[in-house]
Every structure is written in C-alpha cells, then in structure tokens.
Design a protein around this ligand. Structure first.
Ligand code: SF4
Ligand code: SF4
Length: 63
C-alpha cells in the first residue's frame, strides 16, 4: 500500500487545493483551509496529486 506524505509546511491549503481537485479517489479532501488525507487505502498511486502540486509538498511512499 502506498503512504501519502503531505508536508504542511509547504502546502498552501485553501489558497491552492489543486491536489484535492484532481484526486479522483477522493483521498485528498479540502476541509476548511487544510488538505485532509482520507481513506488512504483507496489511493490508486496515480501520483497526479504529486505532479500537480506547485510546492512539491506531496510524496508517495511505498509501505
Ligand atoms: S496518488 Fe492519485 S489517488 Fe492517490 S491521493 Fe494522489 S491523486 Fe489521489
Ligand atoms: S497541490 Fe500542494 S500546495 Fe496545493 S493544496 Fe495540494 S499539497 Fe497543498
């Protein structure tokens, strides 16, 4: 299973939200001004979230 590592120090939260917009599995969800990682087991490892992040804040790690 893949583990999603989100660096909140780099994340712009609600000012961005790109990763939540592109995550078709609804693993990444914008709640308030923060990206929450939901149901990590649903992640398809597509890496689209990491690709679109302008701040390089998302890493996927195989666990
Ligand atoms: S790798 Fe794909 S499915 Fe997993 S959190 Fe990112 S966008 Fe969503
Ligand atoms: S794409 Fe990157 S900067 Fe934008 S909300 Fe997601 S993690 Fe934060």
């Amino acid at each position: 299973m893949v583990k999603i590592l989100l660096d909140y120090e780099k994340c712009d939260g609600a000012d961005c939200g790109e990763c939540a917009d592109v995550c078709s599995m609804e693993v990444l969800v914008l709640e308030g001004d923060k990206i929450e990682i939901k149901c990590q087991e649903k992640c398809s490892s597509c890496e689209v979230c990491a690709d679109v992040c302008p701040n390089d804040a998302i890493k996927l790690e195989n666990s």
